[in-house]
Design a binder for this molecule. Structure first.
Ligand SMILES: [Fe+2]
Length: 201
């Protein structure tokens, strides 16, 4: 036990002082003195890099792939009464709107970027899955991993049930777009669902 604790301490020291040297003196670092702290920290890292990231990332194209839905900049001030812009706003609002929001080239660049960010590769490995089933022969972690996978499946079923609950206006509103971002798995492509096991950016 003693040896494991000092291994944990030296790994944590290296992570803090070498890996994140610019932050090594911050007061918020966990002390990492026991298993509970290790579990807590790993859980936080796994949550951020998997489910939290998936929930904010993979809806980008569905939400913002149509630029008028989510403009990235305004190129003009709000027109003031008595100006020619204001007259145009009254006579041809669509044209003034298009001249105000992101220009065409920047729009194309933006859409291309979020299309890439929102896309799963065909060989994506999702949370609760492995591409190396022989990762361990140890029974306890294998069983824990299987249970974890089952819990993720239950979460998907709960999300589906809520999507059908007409009382939940945020899911069953005028825009018929069910919430799917925390479905654990997905096909490859732009699907608006699926939690990858890890992220690159
Ligand atoms: Fe990302």
């Amino acid at each position: 036990m003693m040896q494991k604790e000092s291994e944990l301490q030296s790994w944590w020291k290296e992570l803090r002082e070498e890996g994140h040297g610019d932050k090594k003196n911050e007061p918020w670092w966990p002390k990492m003195q026991n298993r509970e702290e290790l579990i807590e920290t790993c859980t936080m890292i796994i949550w951020i890099a998997s489910a939290l990231h998936a929930a904010v990332n993979f809806g980008q194209y569905p939400y913002a792939g149509f630029l008028p839905n989510r403009r990235t900049i305004s190129r003009r001030f709000m027109p003031e009464k008595g100006t020619s812009d204001y007259d145009e706003l009254e006579s041809n609002p669509d044209k003034l709107f298009l001249r105000t929001i992101t220009a065409q080239l920047q729009t194309l660049l933006g859409i291309a970027l979020i299309e890439i960010l929102s896309r799963h590769s065909t060989d994506e490995v999702y949370l609760g899955k492995r591409d190396t089933p022989e990762w361990t022969s140890d029974k306890n972690p294998l069983q824990a991993f299987e249970e974890f996978g089952k819990k993720l499946g239950d979460i998907e079923e709960r999300i589906i049930a809520r999507n059908h609950d007409k009382m939940l206006k945020n899911r069953v509103g005028p825009v018929v777009m069910p919430y799917t971002l925390l479905f654990p798995t997905s096909e490859g492509g732009i699907t608006g669902k699926g939690i990858p096991n890890s992220v690159s950016i």
